[in-house]
Write a protein that binds this ligand. Sequence first.
Ligand SMILES: Nc1ncnc2c1ncn2[C@@H]1O[C@H](COP(=O)(O)OP(=O)(O)O)[C@@H](O)[C@H]1O
Ligand SMILES: [Mg+2]
Length: 412
Amino acid sequence: MLRRLHAKGFKSLVDLEIEFPLLTVLFGPNASGKSNIIEAAQTISRCGTARTLSDAFDQSIRGYPLEAFSFGPDGLAGHLRRGAVEMELDAVVGAQGDDYRYRVCVQAEPGTGDLATKDEYLARLTRQGDPWGRPVIERVENRLRIRRKSKPAHPREEPTGGNHTMLSDLRLAGPEYAAIERCRREFEEWRVYYLDPRVAMRAARPPAGVRDIGALGEDIAPFLHRLRSDEPKRYAAVSRTLRSIIPSVDAVNVDLDERRATLDIQIIQDGCSYSSRVISEGTLRVLALCSICTNPWASGLVAFEEPENGVHPRRLELIAQMLVSLSLSQGRQVIVTTHSPLFCDAVLRLTRDRREAVGLYAVRRDREGTKVTPFAEELGTLFVDTGLADGLTSPAEDGLFQEMLLRGWLDE
Ligand SMILES: Nc1ncnc2c1ncn2[C@@H]1O[C@H](COP(=O)(O)OP(=O)(O)O)[C@@H](O)[C@H]1O
Ligand SMILES: [Mg+2]
């Protein structure tokens, strides 16, 4: 679980500290930095898990690696004129019952494109949030000290400036490096989705042993195929949930084309069958969301963008219910970005008795970078047109999702 993140020098997050409870909603206008917040979380997890920093800053982060470092007033050209640029990502992470503080400072050399770990720190925290004993990883002058559990007074030393972090170094494993391994495992479980219903989600794929739909949604067909064979009740729940959000859908099928050995999703809509090549983008997105929320094999943080996309405003409440249930009932940490006041309003209403578990932030950007302000319920309801919300909620749908949960349709 990501409890807190302090980013300095990451894109528009010039200096931003933000707390993440079980459910975080980032609300704000375009280009305010919502996606950058998710990317910063993804970047620290990738720095702690990818084989090299170059891998950590590859295509999964938008732009060139150098563009991930906050620009000054002179933009990318200014970076190129400098000898080196830096960012620091500092997080409190909960892993297997303990909290850890992990910080990494990455330096880029604009001339060569080289990325290097300038500083790294890992410590287990006490309940009060102080380091518990000596740090597991810390920098002392130009070296990184890595402490083994049994011989803390005789740390291993590595030079700073490498193209990978110590946390991601697979040689540091086993009981001697238990804290490092736990944090690395925690980061490995985080999932950030950038659903691509235009291309990736439409492509036919061969059956595969996947346990997730893939970051772009590209493995949705093999995922559903596997879900149907291994967890048929969960598969049925995906289909039912999709139907509740898009009532014209009768069923979802995953067919194996025996000649091509590929899988294709079929949606039965008004009695007719449609392949993933022609299903609407909105339907594919909702199907992906239902798959993520029903995945029995995943447990870590999940982040994605604008769950309202492709959903009729009248069904937004159901999407909000699905995410509230994923986080507050199933205990999976969720971070979403949104443009929709109706979605925020639905989240606020649905979580009235669990306020401490929900962070609803207004994200904005000024000359100094991205800022977030938590907003209170009063403020939340103020800007929502309740007349509009009422008009969009038909009595027939009220509690439909609740009903499904109560009847255990969404359980295993
Ligand atoms: N390296 C950078 N330095 C400063 N600002 C950046 C950098 N890279 C991107 N940005 C800013 O971040 C904005 C995009 O932020 P994003 O998180 O995608 O916004 P949204 O809130 O729409 O998700 C860009 O329009 C740009 O202003
Ligand atoms: Mg965005």
